[in-house]
Design a protein around this ligand. Structure first.
Ligand SMILES: Nc1ncnc2c1ncn2[C@@H]1O[C@H](COP(=O)(O)OP(=O)(O)OP(=O)(O)O)[C@@H](O)[C@H]1O
Length: 325
């Protein structure tokens, strides 16, 4: 059963079309990921589904409710964990949850039990009486996730849930997210830049320039590539890219300092390449396709880490300003 149905969704900001008529469905209990570079239209789409932004045209249903016509029912069906930090540092973990419960009209008789449940789920029971300002980045994120679950939403939206966290904390958050799906059967809809994170999703939609360019299970997307990926560094990338294209008739992507190409059989291709271009190649590697390669193939570009870093620096600056208030 589809719990999210998006049909020809368009969002324009003035003349600029940020989301270009996308359609997709998310099944109940699925962990669904939106993967794409900065500016692809991920946050815009998520905000429309959460009723925080109005669409220009199209239709979207969430938990059976129309996001344009039944926004309140949609809001009651969802939990949100967005990029912007939204806990109150001056309150304890428990107090943060309590106020959220009040806002969402969770009946008082239920609230205590729910708070205990979600705190246990993200392993913060012991710290529930501590001020949030003393929490680590990972603990704050876990508390935000707990808060997003307090009113038992059908769909939990996570917009870049682990941005800026170290890999170990990222993994811990993922364990929690997958447990939520397994224990509560909730649907998780998330956006991410991280390829390894997208691997945890049941299905991912790769979004670029406001369009969905691929949508399937990570394994199926990688299998679609079919062959092996060969990465080459050379003494003259543009020249060699052209010569490889002409000689073998295959697409070659110039990706920063390397050339990438997809071939049927890496083991037989690489020796040929070494002989045909003796002296021009400085290194070669062969690997099975990753989601990075899927992204590269569908968009012609890599998701750049430096863009991610830039975004994280921006976020930290903003956080710093808020803390300095
Ligand atoms: N309020 C706005 N006014 C004008 N343009 C906007 C506005 N919000 C977003 N955009 C533009 O729409 C496009 C999609 O933005 P969106 O934030 O949805 O992308 P994204 O994939 O979520 O990227 P990010 O991860 O950086 O948020 C971008 O080109 C962005 O500059």
């Amino acid at each position: 059963m589809s719990i999210v149905i998006v049909d020809h969704l368009v969002k324009r900001y003035g003349d600029f079309e940020a989301v270009k008529g996308i359609s997709f469905q998310v099944d109940k209990g699925e962990v669904f990921g939106f993967l794409g570079p900065n500016g692809a239209g991920k946050s815009t789409t998520i905000k429309i589904l959460c009723t925080l932004l109005t669409m220009t045209s199209g239709k979207a249903l969430l938990n059976g409710f129309d996001v344009n016509r039944e926004p309140l029912k949609v809001r009651q069906s969802i939990g949100l964990v967005f990029q912007d930090y939204s806990l109150d540092d001056r309150l304890t973990a428990e107090e943060n949850l309590y106020f959220h419960g009040m806002l969402y009209n969770v009946p008082r008789a239920l609230l205590k039990e729910r708070m205990e449940q979600v705190l246990a789920m993200v392993e913060l029971t012991e710290r529930r009486k501590d001020l949030v300002r003393n929490f680590s980045g990972g603990m704050k994120r876990r508390l935000e996730i707990a808060r997003g679950l307090l009113h038992h939403p059908q769909v939990l939206f996570l917009d870049e849930p682990t941005i800026g966290l170290d890999p170990q904390t990222r993994n811990a958050i993922w364990e929690h997210v997958l447990r939520l799906r397994d224990e509560l059967g909730i649907t998780v809809f998330m956006t991410t830049h991280y390829m390894e994170e997208a691997e945890h999703c049941d299905r991912i939609a790769i979004i670029d320039h406001g369009e969905i360019v691929a949508l399937d299970a990570p394994k199926a997307l990688k299998e679609d590539i079919g062959g092996d990926m060969v990465t080459v560094t050379t003494t003259n990338n543009p020249q060699l890219a052209e010569e490889i294209r002409q000689r073998y008739g295959i697409p070659v992507i110039e990706d920063g300092t390397v050339l990438r190409m997809e071939v049927e059989d890496g083991a037989s291709f690489v020796p040929r390449l070494a002989v045909d271009f003796t002296g021009m190649i400085t290194s070669v590697s062969v690997h099975e396709p990753t989601l990075d390669d899927v992204f590269l193939k569908t968009t012609g570009r890599a998701i750049r880490d430096e863009l991610l870093d830039e975004k994280e620096r921006f976020r930290q600056r903003r956080l710093g300003r808020r803390r300095g208030r």
